[in-house]
Design a protein around this ligand. Structure first.
Ligand SMILES: Nc1ncnc2c1ncn2[C@@H]1O[C@H](COP(=O)(O)OP(=O)(O)OP(=O)(O)O)[C@@H](O)[C@H]1O
Ligand SMILES: [Mg+2]
Length: 353
């Protein structure tokens, strides 16, 4: 039995519906929820919190049906983007606030507060008022406040989105350590794929009030179950025709370019394939490797996004998106129209079923 189970959940808010949401989360899992804006991510969390009444469906927490339970009785904490600390209280008092309801021994309360704030690197700020803190410090204080009461589940709705890239990186590491230490089960809504790479055990992809895929980041990103998911996760989607099967490799024709895939399809079949941008290697010169797909490519576009760089390369009439680091961009002196060697393995070419 799963720790959290959502069964056939339907919600009708007039203009917006959550349709047939099914989800099961194991204890201690860190689940990230992604999807375009307006896809119902926040509504899903708010429904589990008890703010909306489902038309049909049930929500279970540790096998108890909580669908109609009063929100305060659900034992779920939520952290939002805007910190929501009490402005008139110190950091210590903020964190102590919820804990006082659970513990009445001042000494134990103090020990627990010191332990968690040390873990989050804010133990030197306990006497400060929220207005004197930076965004990253405030967010760590609100995470401490949410975690310390040991909720059954911790919800986070874009908790890091107001922070700069460097602060986010630092906070992710601290939060991950604290959450693992507490063994907390987490549902974390985000738009930042870095949260997935560094935190998630599972990813849930939503669009238009529906769940499109749920699985490990590896599964979802390398094997998107539909074109909608593939499009969203930024993968390369190519239309191809299976030319021949050679051993356990499919030889695909993609607009005249031959691409090898280790997924097997029928000869003559038209299939879509996905290739993850980060599974493609670019180099100044081609070199011997296990990559079966090797092409000369011309850089047609360079886009810097956070601390990643998206390149578009034309490999004989087919455009491929490639993800590299700013360091590689500099080291390879990549600029538009430069020719590079493009390599990827046959196992990185997934046929979408
Ligand atoms: N109380 C409500 N009644 C009716 N519609 C609502 C209500 N609250 C939100 N919506 C609509 O439901 C849709 C989904 O909203 P939701 O806030 O869950 O999106 P989201 O996936 O969290 O988006 P974002 O990434 O922008 O936060 C939106 O179109 C929103 O306008
Ligand atoms: Mg939202």
């Amino acid at each position: 039995m799963s720790f959290v189970k959502i069964e056939n959940l339907n919600i009708n808010l007039g203009e917006f519906k959550l349709e047939d949401v099914n989800l099961s989360v194991e204890k201690g899992d860190y689940v990230t929820i992604i999807g375009p804006t307006g896809s119902g991510k926040s509504i899903l969390l708010e429904t589990a919190l008890g703010f909306y009444t489902p038309e049909t469906g049930k929500i279970f927490l540790e096998e108890t049906d909580i669908t109609n339970l009063n929100p305060e009785k659900r034992d779920i904490s939520i952290i939002y983007q805007d910190y929501a600390l009490f402005p008139h209280m110190t950091v210590y008092e903020n964190i102590e606030y919820g804990l006082k309801k659970r513990l009445n021994d001042k000494k134990t309360i103090k020990e627990e507060i010191i332990q968690i704030t040390k873990m989050l690197g804010i133990d030197h700020l306990l006497n400060r008022k929220p207005e004197t803190l930076s965004g990253g410090e405030m967010q760590r204080a609100s995470i401490a406040r949410g975690l310390i009461i040991k909720p059954k589940i911790l919800f986070m709705d874009e908790p890091f989105s107001a922070l700069d890239v460097k602060t986010k990186e630092k906070i992710r590491v601290l939060v991950k350590t604290a959450i693992k230490k507490y063994g907390t089960t987490v549902l974390h809504v985000t738009h930042d794929f870095e949260d997935i790479w560094s935190l998630a055990d599972k990813v849930l992809i939503m669009k238009g009030g529906r769940v499109y895929q749920y699985g490990t980041p590896e599964e979802v990103f390398s094997n998107p179950s539909s074109e909608i998911v593939a499009d969203f996760v930024g993968t390369n989607i190519l239309d191809s025709k299976v030319e021949e099967i050679s051993g356990n490799i499919s030889v695909l024709d993609v607009s005249g370019v031959k691409i090898y895939s280790s997924d097997i399809a029928k000869v003559g079949e038209n299939v879509k394939v996905s290739i993850r941008p980060e599974n493609i290697i670019v180099a100044l010169k081609c070199f011997d490797s296990s990559a079966k797909n090797v092409f000369n490519g011309k850089v047609t576009e360079i886009k810097k996004r956070g601390h990643l760089v998206w390149l578009t390369l034309d490999i004989g009439g087919v455009d491929l998106k490639v993800l590299i680091t700013p360091n590689s961009l500099e080291a390879l002196e990549i600029e538009e129209n430069k020719n590079l060697c493009v390599m990827f393995k046959a196992t990185g070419v997934k046929i979408i079923r």
